[in-house]
Design a protein around this ligand. Structure first.
Ligand code: NAP
Length: 318
């Protein structure tokens, strides 16, 4: 860790997706010497760079008319933050003490004091909650097409979900798989019209409506799914080599239970249009407090807001 023992940082940022890194750029340019606790590369929910590290092409981030790969975009964010003096700790935050100032943020190996904390821990993929899904995770079951799509080249696979993520995964996977079955629990997709049009027009994608996966079968790797039609109650077995679960996200807020106010859904509560939490000096931005928009651009925007809120608060309390 870059901070010396006894050093008190002006700003510690927890999380390094679009929100955390934008906060780092703005805080660094305000001479606040931000330290970013960026997460761990081996983790599926706390990887440095956040969820965009698990996506393919980002087509809707302004400024990139030809699109940009998610990981490339996050590397550029980090390079920009580094250029202005942001420092990084490649570890997961394990504890936050906001009961007294300066605040304390701990990782597995260090703890650092901070006058202000910006929480940008984002959200992670939801799972179906089946016992065998957990057992076969990484052995045919995945939440990341970018990471695992290649393993299914020449095979049939399935995607669960009816939102933009599911359709994005299905479209990406159709480049590798011989067939993609999209399993959705209703008859209507939740995804945006443009994604629906693309997926419906793709000859490799087949839709299984009104259907849920009730079991994930296979000894040492995924072999098939037990799929139930929720209207008829009929169960069928679908042979697949891969299953991609794309049914939404939950915020990464376990660390803040009892520390910060949150909604019943786990999203952090912020006050008004700003990024203030219920604890003065602790700010929250990005998907960890936004269950409505959840876009890279809105996360980046709120990261900018959090850095400005922190800067103004620090100036007032100095
Ligand atoms: P989402 O919009 O919340 O969609 C989740 C989907 O999974 C829904 O269709 C939902 O079904 C289904 N689902 C939820 N729980 C389920 C369960 N237990 N079993 C079976 N199905 C279940 O999540 P998302 O697709 O991850 O998208 C999140 C946000 O990111 C959205 O705002 C989206 O627009 C955005 N996003 C944008 C892009 C893009 O613009 N390229 C790409 C990815 C995501 P119901 O429809 O029945 O609720």
């Amino acid at each position: 860790m870059a901070a010396a023992a006894g050093d008190v940082r002006d700003v510690v940022i927890i999380g390094s997706g679009p929100a955390g890194l934008t906060a780092a750029i703005y805080a660094a340019r305000a001479n606040l010497r931000p330290l970013v606790i960026e997460g761990e590369p081996s983790s599926s929910s706390d990887q440095p760079g956040g969820q965009l590290m698990l996506t393919t092409e980002v087509e809707n981030y302004p400024g990139f008319p030809d699109g940009i790969m998610g990981p490339d975009l996050m590397h550029a964010f980090k390079a920009q933050a580094t250029r202005f003096g942001a420092e990084f700790v490649t570890e997961k935050a394990t504890g936050v003490d906001a009961s007294e100032r300066p605040f304390t943020v701990a990782t597995y190996s260090h703890s650092v004091k901070a006058r202000a904390v910006i929480v940008a821990t984002g959200a992670r993929a939801l799972l179906l909650g089946l016992e065998n899904e957990a057992r076969l995770m990484g052995y045919g079951v995945s939440t990341c097409a970018t990471c695992d799509g290649f393993f299914h080249r020449g095979f049939e696979i399935a995607v669960v979900g009816g939102g933009d993520s599911a359709l994005e995964e299905a479209l990406f996977l159709s480049k590798f798989a011989t067939k993609v079955t999209l399993i959705h629990r209703r008859k209507e997709l939740r995804a945006s019209r443009i994604m629906q049009d693309r997926a419906l027009a793709n000859p490799k994608i087949e839709f299984l409506w009104d259907s849920v996966v009730v079991d994930v079968l296979g000894d040492t790797s995924l072999e098939s799914l037990k799929v139930r039609n929720v209207v008829t109650g009929e169960d069928t077995i679908l042979a697949v080599h891969g299953l991609f679960v794309a049914i939404g996200h939950v915020p990464n807020t376990d660390l803040f239970k009892g520390v910060l106010d949150m909604e019943d859904t786990g999203y952090l509560r912020t006050v008004g249009h700003g990024t203030w939490t219920n604890v003065e000096g602790v700010f929250a931005c990005g998907d960890v407090q936004d269950h409505v928009y959840r876009q890279a651009i809105t996360a980046a925007g709120s990261g900018c807001m959090a850095a400005i809120d922190a800067e103004r608060w620090l100036a007032e309390t100095a």
